[in-house]
Write a protein that binds this ligand. Structure first.
Ligand code: SF4
Ligand code: SF4
Length: 434
């Protein structure tokens, strides 16, 4: 890790970040095309919530911070980082780059809250501690949980409502994927990948990681998963905690450097997009050896569905006689972030017994947005309700997706609406056929 990021953010560094931000802001033409696609603006109709309004705020960021840093922080955080605005911007404004850098400046100026500091700097960098905490929580969860939907696999936790806000949640597994497997070093004759499960498929939806491993082994791919991988860093980065983001990334790079691989494969759209784009975005903050690996990962990181279709060239032949209706939700980080949308559909259309049905606005954001869901739950839910209505309109038995954060949101939405529709990762459905 570079020396620079072992110290707190300095004034000189803040000034440098502000200058870099200014360079990015001047490309905005104020056309307002970003309005029509912004899920937050679609609910609130507030100019302050849409990209153009946020850019107006950022143009005088240094001054605004001295006036009311908390207000700046609140306004910036009313955003899902879904990328819908960027993919619809005719001027090619690097909006995600702007928002991420702006959040880092704001966090550098006003500091981080104690809970975020504890999570980002004490729990996330320690995989064994994190696994231990999940194990303990899993053992003691049942007295707190009340089944909400057998079909969807959700529960309510009434006693925790002040914290969970009436969410319908999945239960925790007794063991995380990484605790169950330790280091994985499966030999293979069909290429070599590093498997990066990501926190949620490792610690909550372990079936996504198990399915990915099963698929890779079925296709005789060599699989390497170090036992000291940590969070990809996106929660820290989205909160502006560059220091933790750099530290977590460095830890992952050291773990991944232990063995050569052709591709990094993940079942998590958000991790994939973060590793490919954000690790690379901040490449100048790393050591020369780390930069070499980050450059490789920029071109060699793929979500599991794209790996199967693009690299292994698995021949997914469409089936036409299936009856079990399955639809697909495009995670923003996969479609708008990485341009992957045909591959998961190709897999779903090939599954024996299933009939693929396209929902309206399949790539409309589900409203999760990571910490956005935590801090703006009502808004997250009302954005998600449109997604829920679109899912229900095509009467599927299953809604498939490729992002664990979207899965959490879809399970909550469908369960609260008493819809008997399962939510599964595309990899799970494919693995079931092998
Ligand atoms: S669409 Fe792009 S150029 Fe137009 S206002 Fe939004 S960010 Fe600026
Ligand atoms: S990233 Fe999404 S939520 Fe944020 S301003 Fe852009 S469109 Fe709106």
């Amino acid at each position: 890790m570079s020396e620079e990021y072992q110290s707190p953010v300095t004034l000189a560094e803040l000034a440098r970040m502000l200058m870099k931000l200014d360079d990015l802001l001047i490309t905005c033409m104020r056309c307002g095309f970003c309005q029509s696609v912004c899920p937050v603006y679609g609910e609130t109709f507030r100019e302050a919530d849409v990209t153009r309004g946020k850019i107006a705020l950022l143009e005088d960021l240094a001054h605004e911070l001295t006036l009311d840093a908390d207000n700046v922080n609140d306004r910036l955080n009313r955003c899902l980082l879904c990328g819908s605005c960027e993919s619809n911007c005719p001027s090619g404004v690097k909006i995600m780059d702007i928002f991420i850098r702006a959040r880092a400046i704001v966090a550098g100026y006003r500091g981080l809250g104690a809970i975020k500091k504890l999570i980002f700097r004490t729990v996330l960098p320690r995989p064994r501690l994190f696994n231990f905490m999940i194990g303990v929580s899993s053992a003691f969860q049942w007295p707190f949980l009340r089944r909400a939907s057998e079909k969807i696999g959700t529960s309510r936790a009434p006693i925790l409502n002040p914290v969970l806000g009436h969410r319908h949640i999945p239960s925790l597994p007794s063991k995380t994927f990484s605790a169950a497997h330790g280091q994985i070093a499966e030999p293979g004759t069909n290429g070599q990948v590093a498997l990066f499960p990501g926190c949620v498929p490792d610690k909550i939806f372990t079936q996504m990681s198990e399915a990915s491993l099963k698929i890779l082994k079925h296709h005789k791919v060599g699989v390497f998963m170090p036992d000291n991988l940590v969070c990809c860093g996106i929660p820290s980065l989205a909160s502006g905690d560059i220091k933790s983001f750099i530290k977590l990334t460095s830890q992952n790079l050291a773990a991944l450097a232990a063995k050569p691989f052709d591709y990094l494969v993940t079942p998590c759209a958000t991790c994939g997009s973060n590793i490919k784009e954000n690790w690379y975005r901040f490449i100048d903050r790393f050591s020369p050896a780390e930069r070499t690996l980050i450059e490789q990962l920029h071109t060699k990181t793929l979500d599991i569905t794209a790996y199967l279709v693009r690299v292994l060239k698995v021949d997914f032949k469409p089936v036409t006689n299936g009856t079990l209706a399955v639809t697909y939700h495009d995670p923003c980080h996969l479609k708008k972030g990485l341009g992957i949308s045909a591959e998961p559909r190709a897999i779903l259309k090939s599954l024996p017994g299933y009939k693929f049905v396209e929902m309206p606005e399949a790539d409309r954001c589900c409203g999760n947005g990571g910490s956005f869901n935590l801090f703006h739950y009502d808004l997250s839910k009302s954005i998600g309700q449109v997604k829920r209505d679109n899912i229900v309109s095509v009467k599927p038995k299953i809604v498939a997706t490729t992002c664990p954060a979207c899965t959490l949101q879809l399970m909550d939405l469908l369960s609260q609406n008493k819809d008997e529709i399962e939510v599964k990762h595309v990899a799970e459905l494919y693995a079931e056929t092998l």
